[in-house]
Design a protein around this ligand. Structure first.
Ligand SMILES: NC(=O)c1ccc[n+]([C@@H]2O[C@H](COP(=O)([O-])OP(=O)(O)OC[C@H]3O[C@@H](n4cnc5c(N)ncnc54)[C@H](OP(=O)(O)O)[C@@H]3O)[C@@H](O)[C@H]2O)c1
Length: 327
């Protein structure tokens, strides 16, 4: 039996993706075969599709770190044929073929049952971006950050950023959104931001060791100098959830926000977080934390993923891209 997939090949350092027919793998012990109904596009998938170092182990390879689908074969005691399931992160789309193919073959301990109130499509409109946003917000809640000052979110129109804006706003925080897209003020307001800050304006003054403490907490999806600036502007005992590097992998700061304001810099690694934490976050997203993402989700066929990859690499995506397999 064959299935359709977007497979990336390495032609002497030039990475090209195309749709091909692949052989369905033979079911191995402790693994589950899943017919993928929806997947989604995340920044890491774009890196995988373009041969960025440190993402994919070897090519040819099928990217796609997010999966929502139906079990079609199982050698696990926990899953049976017909189960609706989700899987995100771990080595999916890095060393195991991922959701840009119609079938995946995954270890049982990477898979969760789809929460009752979520469809496959809903789950993928959150995807890893939503799970990461939920993990960032949970760090802020777990530290009992007060609501007397706003929370700042960077990369606000992106997948993680936009869902973070929505979650924080739903949970009663005032949200200030930093964006490079001056044209997207209205959509950011719909997502729940009360103030939109242009990235250029935010970065126009030099970064100080300690700046005005304007924010109670932050979700930073960008890294680099924006993260350094944010750290300098978080108030006493605030939390900065740090999850991304689209703006740079290094930053320089001082000890003062940490020793004079007692702030915490919390790293987020959603891919390798425990399956129990993933389950807790999916349950929240399907229930008390559920968001209407209809205005910020685009649906595409797998044939169109190439152009969407180019857009996400340029920082031009808004919200989420869900891939619909099949006709
Ligand atoms: N640690 C984890 O577990 C984890 C999980 C998921 C994602 N991530 C990381 O989080 C980041 C965001 O992922 P995503 O899927 O949300 O990507 P995305 O949808 O492309 O969003 C990134 C957003 O960042 C802003 N941006 C892009 N390039 C920038 C630049 N050069 N300087 C400043 N801002 C820039 C843009 O928003 P504006 O135009 O609104 O500023 C863009 O929409 C990525 O680095 C990704 O690898 C980490």
């Amino acid at each position: 039996m064959k299935y359709k997939a977007y497979i990336v090949e390495d032609n002497n350092g030039a990475f090209n993706g195309s749709i091909k027919e692949l052989e369905v793998p033979k079911l191995e012990e402790g693994k589950v075969l899943i017919k993928v109904i929806n997947s989604s596009l995340n920044y890491k998938d774009a890196l995988a599709a373009t041969g960025a170092k440190g993402v994919v182990k070897s090519y040819p390879f099928v990217p796609g770190i997010d999966i929502a689908g139906k079990v079609i074969g199982s050698s696990s005691l926990h899953f049976t044929e017909g189960d609706d399931v989700i899987a995100t992160g771990y080595k999916i789309g890095m060393s195991e073929f991922g959701g840009f193919g119609e079938i995946v073959h995954l270890p049982e301990n990477w898979i969760l049952k789809l929460p009752k109130n979520l469809s496959h499509f809903d789950a993928m409109s959150y995807g890893t971006a939503g799970l990461t946003a939920a993990a960032c917000v949970k760090k802020i809640l777990d530290a009992n950050v007060k609501k007397d000052l706003p929370v700042i979110v960077s990369g606000a129109t992106g997948g993680v950023g936009s869902i973070s804006v929505g979650l924080l706003s739903k949970l009663g925080y005032e949200v200030h959104a930093v964006t490079g897209k001056s044209s997207e003020i209205e959509i950011l307001k719909i997502m729940g931001a009360t103030e939109i800050i242009s990235r250029d304006d935010y970065m126009s003054e030099p970064i100080k060791p300690l700046d005005k403490a304007l924010y109670s907490a932050a979700v930073d999806t960008v890294g680099g100098d924006i993260l350094a600036k944010i750290i300098s502007m978080v108030s006493n005992h605030g939390v900065v959830s740090c999850c991304g590097n689209v703006g740079g992998a290094t930053f320089s700061s001082s000890v003062f926000p940490f020793i004079l304001r007692g702030i915490q810099l919390s790293g987020i690694d959603s891919a390798e977080s425990s399956i129990d934490l993933k389950s807790e976050l999916w349950n929240l997203l399907s229930d008390e934390w559920s968001l209407d993402l209809v205005n910020q989700t685009k649906t595409i066929k797998i044939d169109d993923v190439g152009s969407e990859i180019n857009k996400i690499l340029k920082g031009d995506q808004i919200g989420r891209v869900v891939i619909q397999h099949g006709e």
